[in-house]
Design a protein around this ligand. Structure first.
Ligand code: UD1
Length: 336
């Protein structure tokens, strides 16, 4: 298939692009490079031995995405492009609604005009909000607690309306739990701009000496060790999930929603321990107060994706930390 990947130069986008190329698909990437780098694509090209047509553009520029979709021959789109910083979304909600929601509307309009009717959308388990009825299944009511999460929730509603309006569409929303890890080559990985908000990239930067210690947000949660529990999923398992979603849609239409998680929760202390073991060094930490908006426990019910999509995560926390560390130690300042 010929697949257009928006946001394909970013963290999950670059790993998925590699997986698609290795599965024999033709891939073209559309990305505005605000939180990503063309170097990631150069390395994906090197790893796969394939050429990746790259279009630098913004989804808010309707003519730019229109002309890429109009090129012809595109069978499906995987849509990663979007902003993802929770704190920034609270401070600047309009920026998030404009970029994520309006950008997706432009993409859908261009797809419609070009006759492309297959889409995989990068959603997030953040749509479940602070629900603590774990494991979280696809039936858990949506209740995002911040503007970033609400953009994901609103886009899912738009996609569902679109499928209802036109039975030719096949759309899959993939709700990711906590992505971490890197390709086993160590050549591509996560390269957050500024100080990372997420746990694993922060721990990795402590391990490489960019910060002194990890601040654990809360030690009084009702969990076995008092720290927050999350479902960390290897980015290469996520990439495989996108491939499975594309295959699943080949003989179906309508809207599908799947959780991409492992079904297994790890605490902050367990992540720090696993990363320390992978890096062969002690990672210093301190306890601080809870972070507002954080749930105590979040992990996925994986049964629907296993049965319906025929996909399950294969890699564990130890492998995730080893792969993340391999990337971080050989690229201490990311792609720069
Ligand atoms: C966060 C976002 C969520 C987003 C997801 C993936 C919030 C409230 N939620 O989820 O919307 O979809 O990232 O990008 O920001 N932790 C520390 N110290 C740190 C960082 C994190 O103790 O420096 C703890 C957190 O309290 C949590 C766990 O580590 O218990 C994971 O945090 P994080 O990686 O930010 O993911 P989420 O909070 O699950």
């Amino acid at each position: 298939m010929k697949v257009l990947v928006t946001g394909g130069a970013g963290y999950i986008g670059s790993h998925t692009t590699l997986t698609l190329l290795e599965a024999g698909h033709e891939v073209m990437v559309f990305d505005n490079l605000t939180n990503s780098s063309v170097e990631s694509l150069r390395r994906v090209g090197e790893l796969s031995g394939k050429k990746i047509p790259f279009y630098r553009g913004d989804l808010l520029d309707e003519t730019a995405i229109d002309s890429v979709c109009a090129e012809g021959g595109i069978d499906a789109v995987i849509h990663f492009a979007g902003l993802k910083a929770v704190g920034e979304s609270v401070a600047n909600p309009l920026k998030y609604y404009r970029n994520n929601v309006a950008g997706t509307l432009n993409l859908l309009g261009s797809m419609e005009r070009a006759g492309i009717r297959q889409l995989v959308f990068s959603s997030s388990a953040t749509v479940y909000g602070a629900s603590e009825r774990v494991p979280l299944s696809e039936q858990t009511p949506l209740d995002a607690t911040n503007p970033y999460g609400r953009t994901k929730e609103q886009i899912e509603v738009i996609l569902s309306d679109l499928c209802h309006s036109d039975p030719q569409w096949a759309i899959t929303a993939l709700r990711y739990f906590n992505p971490a890890g890197a390709h086993s080559s160590g050549r591509i990985g996560e390269d957050p701009q500024g100080v990372p908000n997420n746990l694993v990239p922060f721990v990795a930067q402590v391990a490489v000496g960019r910060h002194e210690k990890v601040l654990i947000h809360g030690s009084d949660y009702p969990t076995p060790d008092g720290t927050g529990v999350r479902d960390y999923i290897h980015v290469m398992d996520l990439a495989d999930g996108h491939l499975a979603a594309l295959q699943h849609m080949q003989d179906r239409t309508g809207m599908f929603r799947w959780n991409l998680g492992t079904g297994f929760g790890s605490s902050v202390l367990e992540v720090i321990d696993a990363f320390s073991a992978a890096a062969g060094k002690r990672i210093a930490f301190d306890y601080g107060p809870r972070r507002p908006g954080d749930a105590a426990i979040s992990y996925s019910d994986v049964s629907a994706a296993q049965l319906g999509l025929g996909w399950a995560a294969k890699r564990n926390l130890a492998q995730m930390c080893e792969d993340h560390w391999r990337w971080q130690k050989s690229n201490p300042t990311g792609y720069n």
